[in-house]
Ligand binder design. Structure first.
Ligand code: PLP
Length: 340
């Protein structure tokens, strides 16, 4: 059975505007002096300001509807894009949405707490809960389960979107599927793509995409850029995710350990914290291409991608997956150094 036939068997609710375009960044390619740089515009997936989570949520909400849920619960960082887009999907599908915001970024200011994605969460009508710790996936999950149990005791049918390891990687399926869309588009580009760069957080996007590309026999490097944890930990995570995707789809896993390429060179000082390379990437893409990146994910992953493009042969071309997150800019207005 083909991979798309395998995917079609699983419950899915269409939410993302696809196919998203692939665009060549001509000005930036010229400035960098390396090969051509292209961007896959997954910041344009719709669903209340776009991002990679639209593709992932199609499978979670597919399962939620199949289970006759009337309420969806999800946990994430205060400026989580996943949470914001889950709130949008719930509104669209006429479900209630409870979100739990975790304190992952210690010394954040007022905009971080009130603007950007948090503002959108409120506009979208989600019920907001807070969790005081940031690096406590198990604790945050347990608390969310408690909220779900309370809802159930009042007659609701809650569905939890589980993001911690140990759950079927439904979100990754969105990117297994996207791999086929991307391969369909690559043939129409002016240049042959030699490398793909993508942000690697929970790993659903990176693992799903890598799994999908390899099972369709596209064998060039896919480089995941760490935004949440160091490369050793992230390597294990991606390896596990790929194995779980294989189990879920009942297929052989085409991804070997050596095939998982990860860099954490633009990660410091940590999740959701800016550094100079990220600021430079945000600035360059905005001023040369009118392309907005976000401070937490695409700014960091583009920073690593820029470094790579500056150092490769002119004959080599690179595709950057823009995973979205631009509402986060408003949560970081004070940190973007735009005074003057
Ligand atoms: C969540 C997110 C990522 C990371 O995707 P994962 O599938 O969690 O690895 C990257 N970019 C943006 C904008 C995100 O919101």
């Amino acid at each position: 059975m083909s991979i798309s036939a395998k995917l079609d068997v699983l419950p899915r609710t269409p939410l993302a505007h696809t196919p998203t375009p692939i665009e060549k960044l001509n000005n930036l390619s010229a400035v960098l002096g390396g090969g051509a740089l292209y961007v896959k515009r997954d910041d344009c997936t719709g669903l209340a300001m776009g991002g990679n989570k639209a593709r992932q949520l199609e499978y979670y909400f597919g399962e939620a509807l199949q289970q006759n849920a009337d309420t969806v619960l999800i946990t994430g960082a205060v400026q989580s894009n996943f949470v914001r887009m889950a709130a949008a999907a719930a509104a669209k599908l006429d479900l209630d949405c409870h979100i739990q915001l975790e304190e992952r970024v210690g010394d954040a200011g007022a905009d971080y707490r009130q603007s950007g994605n948090v503002l959108l969460d409120r506009i979208l009508g989600a019920t907001i809960h807070t969790y005081p710790k940031g690096e406590d996936e198990d604790g945050a999950d347990a608390n969310l389960k408690m909220i779900a149990d309370e809802l159930r005791s009042t007659g609701r049918q809650p569905y939890i979107i589980p993001l911690a390891p140990g759950h079927p990687p439904l979100g990754a399926l969105g990117y297994v599927r996207a791999a086929e869309e991307i391969l369909d588009q690559l043939g129409d580009l002016e240049d042959e793509i030699d490398h793909i760069f993508v942000a690697s957080g929970s790993g659903s996007t990176h693992a799903g995409l890598l799994f999908g590309l390899r099972s369709l026999n596209w064998l060039k490097p896919v480089i995941g850029v760490c935004v949440r944890r160091n490369r050793t930990l992230q390597h294990d995570r991606i390896s596990n995710r790929c194995r779980e995707v294989a189990e879920l789809l009942d297929m052989d896993n085409p991804v070997t350990s050596e095939d998982i390429r990860i860099t954490d060179e633009t990660f410091a000082p940590g999740y959701g914290k800016l550094n100079d390379q990220t600021l430079e990437a945000i600035d360059l893409c905005a001023r040369r291409e009118g392309l907005l990146l976000d401070p937490v994910y695409t700014g960091k992953s583009m920073a690593a991608c820029l470094k790579h493009v500056r150092n490769i042969e002119k004959s080599q071309s690179t595709l950057f997956i823009h995973t979205g997150g631009t509402p986060g800019l408003f949560g970081y207005s004070a940190e973007l150094n735009l005074a003057g």
